[in-house]
Design a binder for this molecule. Structure first.
Ligand code: SF4
Ligand code: SF4
Length: 337
């Protein structure tokens, strides 16, 4: 598997990275053993970055993978911390539960605007200090929006350059954000899931981020399943983006690993595998016992949920199957199959 330097971090990451949300409780809900088996199978084929998050609640799986795997893949995690104290607690939890002394990539989770970055400045400062202390190798953000990508590109590149396709956005007081190493942006062929712009806006902002020396690995290349019918085209699209060092893909079986590895290595993939992938359609289902509490509606950053006659209803055109709504439903009424 081809590897690329992740910006200036010193990490050499595989083009295909393993996104672990899809094997967890919000989606396939595999046992730790089953999920670890699939991840280790991918690692054996050269996948060397495993992407998780405190929110995915699967550090025990990561620990299992690290014990089972013969090699030592990089671990990326994310936190919603905004204060120093919360960031400290997030880092300690990640170290304790994965069994690692240090974490390779630590990202602020779901940074959706300049305002969000401003609100997380204290946590970001703590993470940078821990990078300097050697407990983290690289620090950054994950985002579904163009604005933070552009703001970090400008902060790190010390420029106010604006790509032509991106309209004027909020300015970030750069400060500590000049130290950002990595961005994990949502990016796909049709731009589905991008909160504040088009695929072109996002690629323009990512290009600027790359010019500033920021490492980038993407997510949601299939738009949460909405691009499954254009599977091979969607994969080709992200592989042709010269500024993406890697792409995190959620995989739920060894067959999916085989197919993605082959596609990322630009080998011919049996037509039958592609046909199965195009036909496979993950769906979000809201069960009859939904009480209409509205928790999920407030949690969905894509505005894909609303209440109708006292029940949650999903707009499949907007849903990127991130599973975040399922995690806040105390009645376990949301499932992704
Ligand atoms: S959080 Fe669960 S119970 Fe509440 S509205 Fe959403 S699906 Fe229904
Ligand atoms: S409806 Fe749920 S799974 Fe779909 S985008 Fe919103 S939070 Fe994510």
């Amino acid at each position: 598997m081809k590897t690329s330097p992740l910006g200036r971090t010193g990490l050499e990451i595989s083009r295909l990275c393993f996104g672990t949300l899809t094997v967890g409780p919000a989606q396939a809900d595999l046992s730790v053993e089953e999920a670890a088996d699939i991840i280790c199978y991918a690692v054996d084929q050269g996948v060397n970055l495993i992407d998780t998050a405190e929110y995915y609640d699967n550090y025990s799986l990561i620990r299992h993978v690290l014990r089972q795997s013969g090699s030592q893949p990089y671990i990326a995690t994310k936190t919603y911390a905004y204060s120093r104290q919360q960031a400290e607690s997030s880092l300690e939890q990640a170290r304790r539960e994965t069994g690692l002394d240090g974490i390779d990539l630590f990202l602020l989770h779901e940074q959706e605007s300049v305002l969000t970055l401003d609100g997380h400045r204290e946590a970001f400062t703590y993470l940078i200090e821990q990078r300097e202390a050697g407990r983290i190798r690289a620090v950054g953000v994950s985002t579904h929006a163009v604005e933070p990508v552009l703001a970090l590109a400008q902060a790190v590149g010390q420029t106010d350059a604006q790509p032509s396709s991106v309209w004027r956005r909020e300015q970030l007081d750069a400060g500590i954000y000049r130290e950002a190493d990595v961005i994990h942006p949502l990016l796909n062929l049709s731009g589905v899931g991008i909160l504040d712009g088009t695929a072109e806006d996002m690629t323009d902002a990512c290009r600027l981020a790359r010019q500033a020396g920021i490492g980038l690995y993407g997510m949601k290349m299939l738009g949460g399943g909405t691009l499954l019918s254009r599977f091979d085209e969607a994969v080709r699209y992200v592989l042709d983006l010269p500024f993406l060092d890697g792409v995190a893909v959620g995989m739920q079986s060894k067959l999916e690993v085989d197919m993605n590895v082959a596609l990322f290595e630009q080998r011919t993939v049996p037509e039958q595998w592609l046909a199965e992938s195009r036909a496979r359609r993950r769906v979000l289902k809201i069960e009859d016992w939904c009480t209409g509490c509205g928790q999920c509606v407030g949690r969905c950053g894509e505005s894909a949920l609303r209440l109708v006659d006292g029940k949650a209803v999903v707009d499949r055109g907007r849903c990127v199957l991130c599973g975040y709504c399922a995690a806040v439903c105390r009645d376990f009424a949301i499932k992704i199959y």
